[in-house]
Design a protein. Sequence first.
Length: 118
Amino acid sequence: QVQVAESGGGLVQPGGSLRLSCAASGSIFTPRTMAWYRQAPGKQRELVARIFSGGSTDYADSVKGRFTISRDNAKNMVYLQMNSLKPEDTAVYYCYVVAYDTRWRDHWGQGTQVTVSS
């Protein structure tokens, strides 16, 4: 059974940095797409960044140039380095992984809170 767990959220001042980590345990094969989504209060969940098994990446326009997604296939982990954080980045951040246990399927983590405030 695949389990997805995020870590690294917290409170940071505007302009600061945070690094989120996500571990996908139990996948028989290297996960395909790995991504970060976020959901702010009263808003829909949105894609922040994703990285494919070959290493190509995709970012939301709102985070381009500030956030960097990366992955470690040997550890089945994905990271999100967030720099120049803004109050509007405040949200619960969710890790999303396409992984294989009995078949390829979507898996979500429980989420980690990121709050950007002075």
